[in-house]
Write a protein that binds this ligand. Sequence first.
Ligand SMILES: *[C@@H]1O[C@H](CO)[C@@H](O)[C@H](O)[C@H]1NC(C)=O
Ligand SMILES: *[C@@H]1O[C@H](CO)[C@@H](O)[C@H](O)[C@H]1NC(C)=O
Ligand SMILES: *[C@@H]1O[C@H](CO)[C@@H](O)[C@H](O)[C@H]1NC(C)=O
Ligand SMILES: *[C@@H]1O[C@H](CO)[C@@H](O)[C@H](O)[C@H]1NC(C)=O
Length: 367
Amino acid sequence: MFGVVQLGVLAACIVLFLPMGMAGWHLSRNKMLFFSGALFITLAVFVHLTPYFPALIATLSYSSSSSSDVLVSPLFVHKNESCIYLLHEIEYHVDELSSGSFGKSWNWVESSGRGVSECGFQKLDRMDVSDLLNGSWVVVAGDSQARLMVVSLLELVLGVNEMETVKGELFKRHSDYKTMVDEIGMKLDFIWAPYIGNLTDMMREFKEEKSYPDVLVMGAGLWDMLHVTNVSDYLLHLKLLKNLVMHMIPVSSKVENDVEVVSEPVPRQPPHLFWLGMPTLVHSMLNTEEKREKMTNLMLDSYIRGLYSSKLVRQTGGPLLLLDVHSLSRKCGIHCTLDGMHYDGVVYDTIVHIMLNALLIESHQKL
Ligand SMILES: *[C@@H]1O[C@H](CO)[C@@H](O)[C@H](O)[C@H]1NC(C)=O
Ligand SMILES: *[C@@H]1O[C@H](CO)[C@@H](O)[C@H](O)[C@H]1NC(C)=O
Ligand SMILES: *[C@@H]1O[C@H](CO)[C@@H](O)[C@H](O)[C@H]1NC(C)=O
Ligand SMILES: *[C@@H]1O[C@H](CO)[C@@H](O)[C@H](O)[C@H]1NC(C)=O
């Protein structure tokens, strides 16, 4: 392989000696200067474009193959892990109906060039979820956002009607809800953990019992914002949480090595880990004076910055894939919320499907 230096020297030689050689034959000095300059520019352009050639070639071959339908036919054609970062390319359609209410739907953005169509994202149905999660233990832990996500997941696998009977149990205020969904062979636990401190406690329990779920979704922050009101405390717990999470990941699949892990690695498949982000807050719609005072967008920003600086989420090099409720709820907009904090089912449906597609990519499953 040619190094950059060798290439540079070669280029310099060509620029210098080729015109000189030609001048030696029968070029005037002006012509020689002209050729020198032209050569120099050509080489410079060439050198600068070289790094882009693979991408250029990939683009060309993609656009030529996309006219045939090869890419579209298999049910799941997840190319590779880079698809995970395109999962949030979502758009919502919120249309005012003649009744005055709003019809809401969502989809992955079609037009965003490479990615979404290549990655073959799919809204999964109950059978797909059954294939994907049969035999799995799924834990969703957090505040009401997490509870609403569980509602969306259960509606998907049970159907809306059967879900009605479950809702009573699930919505008992401030309590856990554990169930075995026989229809798809999935054990599902919702753990009421409104404060970040509850999540670290939960992780400690998992560690003590040496028993970890296959899929773990967690998220907290709103209660800390409203009742603890101490960002440094939140950040401290996020870092603690990250350390506890690193314990449950086998050494070989560690995302980062800068965390000290003292205990022996857990000899099992790494669990699939997600962080359920905080929603966009519509300040004017918050329903108490206390909330309007303490839950400003400035405050929310500092909690979100805390999340990024803790490097807990994969988007910043951490172990958990962020399910970005903040960006999704903002996209859905003010017609998707009644209290500026809890959003309509359509937002949590999106999150469930993003999670399921991420699981598909991670487990390299093709249904
Ligand atoms: C994944 O695909 C993208 C293009 O779609 C490519 O740039 C990237 O290198 C691929 N990564 C792997 C690990 O194959
Ligand atoms: C789940 O898997 C088990 C064993 O692999 C199978 O017997 C069962 O029928 C499956 N259940 C569903 C609902 O697919
Ligand atoms: C969560 O943490 C708070 C504050 O530390 C505590 O008062 C509460 O009992 C905890 N809740 C659960 C369900 O563990
Ligand atoms: C905020 O939390 C940090 C870390 O837990 C603590 O040291 C500090 O005293 C707290 N500040 C207030 C005002 O309570």
